[in-house]
Design a protein. Structure first.
Length: 587
């Protein structure tokens, strides 16, 4: 039907159908006259009827379908038929191209003006479907991702950067150029990244294009811009924001700044690197708006959570959290600090950089350029009468030895290390020069972790494991493959067609027993590895990931990826000669 031809007195029809009373309608109309808000919104906000009841009623009255967008499979070419600016203005999204007509989802199908304007813009008749308003707004945020705006601003900036017409340094340095395209482009990039929950933004100039990539849930998503000439302007502006040397383009530089996006304060760590076709910039985004999570909110299995809490509540000793970059080590350490942070404990952290801020905690930012190294800060921290010391990362022999000696002299030391699993952490510490007797007397526990992607709840579906997956399952569990809730994400607008949305931690914890300490003191790492893998409560990272796959939280392929990461060396094997021998013995 042609919605533009039908006049609909919503309130009268709802009263006639006995969905609301006349008194409720009169009260809503009075508020509408005062506020100018839509009648349907007022009725729902006052609880006179639910949004679903209202939309179902409109669907019946107008003889149009009621579509749930949360499960709708969108097609990018169809969505693009309505430009983003009009989709947001008229609360509408293109659903299906029927050739002669276009099916459009609208939160208010009685809005005659919006209907006529959309029909004029698209230049063809419309068919209307009713959709929930909040679902519509969420959908617009997900499917548009501001890519059109980014491309548009990039084109505008490229036009301004024509040779002889534009001064890049003035653009980057101008204090009153808040509307300059380079500034708007950066602001839009940050908005899109926060909207997509990205952890990193990569700006990479190529020979003829500029690649902008975002890391979402650990995986990079790419947008290619043809405006290659805008790269120097972006790099110049970011260098100025980070207090870096804009004249130095031959050497890497590191800096940081903060930016407010969508009522959130985002700390941005900037790293530049010279490339063949310009300078690459990688920005790590740290969102402090949610604060530090409690330990029980990290997703640790109950047994590991109980043992980890017991380890960090001991009065002295060392606890190590290990894993690759981006695996959540710092989040785990700070969640532990949050539990320990009280008026009775003096806590000092030594970090590069300080990623979270906690009240009452003395946090020190390492600065090697002025000689403020990890070792120097640690030695000073020990003279500050601390109860608990957090070392952001064990990087060299000096740091390791100071940390271990602090752990046996009445201090609790929490730290992180880049190793593949809990057992190989000991080998790494030995290779860094830590004496075995010190490790035996000071180390209490090692927890290794990874992050696996969660399946998108909107598009997950049951599947049978593939041949390769079945082979891996048999290898890990024996010839009998366990029955499980095997799931796979089909891909939808909610997850940007990846099949995954969000991540969850996978943990492996090694608690040091007296027998392990004896093996360490004797320098027998092979026996230590065997005892560790056979110890009570130890469950490997790959089996922990498999548990999530069996429960339908993640896919088998994602569990296999974590298993591969835990077996393949992140660091070169040259600096860990004991690992192959120890692993073979343990297997």
């Amino acid at each position: 039907m042609n919605v533009s031809r039908k006049k609909l007195r919503l309130g009268d029809l709802l009263v006639e159908s006995r969905i609301i009373s006349q008194l409720q309608l009169d009260a809503a109309l009075e508020e509408q006259r005062k506020s100018g808000r839509k009648l349907g919104k007022i009725l729902v906000d006052h609880g006179y009827l639910t949004e679903d009841a209202l939309l179902t009623f409109l669907s019946q009255q107008l003889s149009v379908p009621f579509v749930e967008l949360g499960h709708y499979q969108f097609e990018a070419p169809v969505v693009a038929l309505i430009p983003e600016i009009y989709a947001r203005r008229f609360r509408a999204v293109a659903l299906k191209d029927k050739g002669a007509t276009l099916l459009v989802g609208m939160s208010d199908p009685t809005n005659i003006f919006a209907y006529d304007e959309l029909a004029r813009i698209i230049a063809r008749p419309l068919e209307v479907a009713v959709v929930r308003e909040q679902e519509l707004l969420d959908t617009i945020d997900r499917i548009y991702r501001q890519t059109d705006r980014i491309s548009g601003i990039a084109e505008q900036l490229s036009d301004e950067l024509r040779e002889g017409d534009f001064d890049v340094e003035q653009l980057a340095a101008g204090a009153d150029l808040s509307d300059a395209p380079v500034v708007k482009l950066l602001h839009t990039l940050f908005q899109a990244a926060v909207q997509a929950r990205a952890s990193d933004i990569h700006i990479e100039p190529d020979e003829s294009v500029l690649r902008i990539r975002q890391r979402v849930d650990g995986v990079l998503q790419e947008q290619v811009l043809n405006e290659r000439r805008i790269a120097p302007a972006l790099v110049q502006r970011l260098k100025l924001m980070s207090n870096l040397d804009i004249s130095e383009k031959r050497l890497p530089q590191d800096g940081r700044f903060s930016i407010r996006v969508a009522e959130r304060v985002i700390d941005v760590r900037v790293s530049t690197m010279p490339l063949q076709h310009g300078e690459s910039v990688v920005m790590r985004l740290l969102d402090h708006s949610e604060g530090v999570k409690d330990l029980d909110a990290l997703g640790m299995p109950p047994d590991i959570l109980r043992r980890f809490m017991a380890a960090i509540q001991r009065p002295y000793g060392m606890v190590v959290v290990t894993g690759p970059t981006g695996s959540g080590k710092t989040s785990t350490l700070y969640s532990g600090l949050k539990l320990l942070n009280d008026a009775k404990s003096k806590i000092v952290t030594v970090e590069d950089p300080v990623e979270y801020r906690l009240p009452r905690v003395n946090q020190v930012q390492v600065n090697t350029q002025i000689g403020l190294t990890f070792g120097r800060v640690l030695r000073t921290a020990l003279r500050q009468d601390p109860d608990i010391i957090l070392v952001g990362e064990m990087r060299d022999q000096e740091t390791v030895e100071i940390g271990l000696r602090a752990a046996i002299t009445g201090h609790l030391v929490l730290t992180s290390l880049h190793t593949n699993d809990a057992v190989s952490t000991i080998s790494r510490l030995l290779d860094m020069g830590a004496p075995g007797y010190l490790l035996a007397s000071s180390l209490h526990a090692v927890i290794a972790q990874r992050l696996v992607r969660r399946l998108c709840v909107e598009c997950t579906q049951s599947v049978a494991p593939s041949g390769a997956a079945l082979g891996w399952l048999r290898l890990k569990t024996g010839e009998h493959v366990p029955s499980g809730n095997w799931q796979q994400g089909a891909g939808c607008h909610a997850c940007s067609n990846t099949g995954f949305k969000g991540r969850i931690g996978v943990y492996e914890m090694l608690s040091i027993t007296p027998a392990m300490s004896t093996a360490l003191a004797a320098g027998d790492f092979v026996s230590f590895a065997s005892l560790g893998r056979a110890s009570a409560g130890f469950r490997s990272l790959e089996l922990a990931a498999l548990d999530y796959a069996i429960a339908g939280v993640t896919s088998v392929s994602e569990a296999m990826r974590v298993a591969a990461e835990s077996l393949l060396g992140e660091d070169d094997e040259e600096d860990a000669p004991l690992l192959p021998t120890a692993t073979a013995a343990a297997d």
